[in-house]
Design a protein around this ligand. Structure first.
Ligand SMILES: Cc1cc2nc3c(=O)[nH]c(=O)nc-3n(C[C@H](O)[C@H](O)[C@H](O)COP(=O)(O)O)c2cc1C
Length: 161
């Protein structure tokens, strides 16, 4: 049984790809976070709707099916929404206790990672954050799924756990 869990939220699939990669590298379990009510498939509409991604504004999320007390090491990966971590990841960190666990965090973004790492720190006051990854993807229409961060950088980040 593994003591490592990869937890992610991904709207368009970029964070998911890296979550699956980290899962394989670490022989970890994996948990996908999901909003109770799915966001629209219309990307531009979601971008517009979440312009005010305030730390206090979040969404209801589906109940998780993992016992977190079983894991000592946690990998957190989310997309960046309006300079902050996604509301789904925020809600998860508000609802569940990851105190005293070793954690590495990543925020996938298109060049404007903003205050994501401050968000993580604020919502994980009693955890041991051992590594941060600014996970950069293209900002160009039609190639938003192109990863610009090298796999070497991802590997070095994973090794910090
Ligand atoms: C609502 C919304 C807001 C976004 N805000 C930002 C942002 O502030 N900074 C940024 O660099 N990218 C922003 N993006 C782009 C995504 O963070 C980026 O494409 C990321 O890689 C997507 O990850 P995912 O495929 O796991 O959802 C935003 C995308 C959406 C849908």
């Amino acid at each position: 049984m593994t003591d490592t869990l990869v937890i992610y939220y991904s709207y368009t699939g970029n964070s998911k790809k890296v979550a699956l990669y980290a899962k394989d590298k670490l022989n970890a379990d994996i948990l996908e976070l999901e909003p109770k009510i799915p966001f629209s498939d219309d990307y531009d509409k979601v971008v517009e709707e979440w312009q005010n991604n305030d730390i206090k504004r979040d969404v209801e999320i589906k109940e998780i099916d993992k016992d977190l007390s079983q894991y000592k090491k946690i990998v957190l990966i989310t997309c960046t929404w309006w300079y902050g971590i996604s509301p789904v990841m925020k809600k998860f960190l508000k609802d569940y206790d990851l105190s005293n666990k070793d954690i590495i965090v990543a925020s996938s973004n298109a060049g404007w990672v903003g205050h994501c790492f401050r968000d993580y720190k604020m919502l994980l006051p009693n955890s041991n954050i051992k590594g941060e990854l600014d996970l950069l993807f293209s900002a160009n229409d039609g190639e938003r799924d192109k990863m610009l961060t090298s796999l070497g950088e991802v590997d070095s980040w994973i090794e910090k756990l």
